[in-house]
Design a protein around this ligand. Sequence first.
Ligand SMILES: [Ca+2]
Ligand SMILES: [Ca+2]
Ligand SMILES: [Ca+2]
Ligand SMILES: [Ca+2]
Length: 376
Amino acid sequence: MFEVGYLEQVREPWERYLFAEQFATAPSFVAARQDQTDTAAGRVVFHSLDSLGVEAKLSQPSSGLEEIEPAPGSVGFIAISSLSDIDDSDGDGIVDLDERVTYGTHPGLVDSDLDGIGDYEELNYWGVDWAEDTDGDTLINLLDLDSDNDGFRDGVEILHGFDPVDVDHFPTSPIMELGRMTVAGEWQPVWLTSKYLDPVVVAAITESSGQISKVMIRNSTPESFEVRTTTESEEEISYIVMERSSYRLADGTRIIAGFTEAAPSDDTVTFSFDDEFAVPPVVMASVVSANSPEAVSVALRKVEKENFVYTLLIDNPSDTESVNERIGFIAWEPSSGVAGEFSFETGHLNHVKPWWQEYQFSSPLYGIQSFVAVLL
Ligand SMILES: [Ca+2]
Ligand SMILES: [Ca+2]
Ligand SMILES: [Ca+2]
Ligand SMILES: [Ca+2]
């Protein structure tokens, strides 16, 4: 495979340029400035070539020459790699040549269409139908992350027992579980009881000891996550785990479970929903990565039909402020009722003051297992 093109506006500091498409391995790469003047300054040098891209910069003027500010350069390049009929660059069991020539999958990606099942497993699953285009969107099933275009990724449908090529067969209530537990300052594992491809975890303190404490989550995997609070005091938390997806209940209520990413040093961040909600949803968001040693939490600034705005708060601002964190969120239109095996209510508690007040649920929920709230 090959790419021929230009690196535009190459300047003095090193900058990384990405190939249009990832190669299976680092390609052979030849490049030359296409607008070279006759000064030594302004030659382009390269390093850190890999399958994704290369770093380039203008060379320093050599000593003895008059210092001239080199003009940004336009660099032509040819990047090319041979496809091996022996090597399997991504180790998925299909050799590079077959991936490109026979199947059209990516020789450097185990799951080319990012639907949650690897190319090799998909070929086994589809059998002779791998090249079918069930929903007629020009993407064959092997390369279509939602082969029936019902809004659910093939991997989610197959894992949870739905037919990925039946547009009328999909989850009609969120794939989720929930719980309440007591946690303190030590990390505690929570094992999930259902299977997940990409679970979104949100958690909040629901029975406060009175201490100012926050919930931290890390090591979130399809099987488990770890949780603790930022103080030694025992706090009761509620958590909800939901398969990353967009859902619509029988009464039309929409729910989205997803991820976003940000660093505490970022200003406010806006996350836009793929499709607008009918009314502003209730949003619950939790940092699920703990990449910074400091406690990082989400503060929602504004929730609207098309997006929500948030910032990350860090306990002790330091040089770890710029470390990116992964944020899980659940956005759920205000509603109440039954979803699958769960009864629920989502809504707003208005005018919450610094003293205890009682709020009533609109209908009794028998055996409340989980209550997650956030200040808006
Ligand atoms: Ca392969
Ligand atoms: Ca796939
Ligand atoms: Ca298709
Ligand atoms: Ca689907």
